[in-house]
Design a protein. Structure first.
Length: 148
């Protein structure tokens, strides 16, 4: 090997050494970026796990809310039905009271006796007291009521 060849070879070795150092630096930088990417992915996975837990909790709460709403709606329907029943009972009570007043007036008897007369007539004819009272109020006729 001649001196020029040795110098050329030595220059080439130096070049390769410099290139190797540059490659090591690039590899080290890439490893650092890969580590950062892995850390970001791990953080993303952790956030995703937390998000799934939050979603599961929200779904559980939503189901409870749906059940509560259904219960409230059922209660509301029951309350409306109860109110309707109370309104009907009040109307019926007034009608029966009016019929008792008519019987008292026409027969000259006390309130308790007039009510008993209506009640017995209801049982004897197998009719609801309400229906019988409505008829008495509508017709003002008490002749079908039999005194005992």
């Amino acid at each position: 090997m001649t001196g020029d060849q040795g110098r050329a070879l030595s220059g080439r070795v130096d070049e390769l050494g410099t290139q190797t150092e540059a490659n090591h630096a690039a590899i080290h930088a890439l490893q650092g970026r890969a580590d950062q990417a892995r850390d970001r992915a791990d953080a993303g996975d952790a956030r995703a796990t937390q998000d799934r837990a939050r979603i599961a909790e929200l779904e559980r709460r939503a189901e409870l809310d749906r059940e509560l709403i259904a219960d409230l709606q059922a209660d509301s329907l029951a309350s409306k039905e109860h109110a309707a029943n109370l309104a009907e009972a009040l109307r019926t009570s007034r009608t029966i009271g009016a019929a008792v007043g008519i019987v008292m007036s026409q027969r000259g008897i006390a309130e308790d006796n007039a009510f008993d007369l209506l009640r017995r007539a209801s049982m004897d004819t197998n009719r609801k007291l309400r229906s019988l009272a409505e008829e008495v109020v509508r017709t003002r006729d008490t002749s079908s009521l039999q005194a005992r």
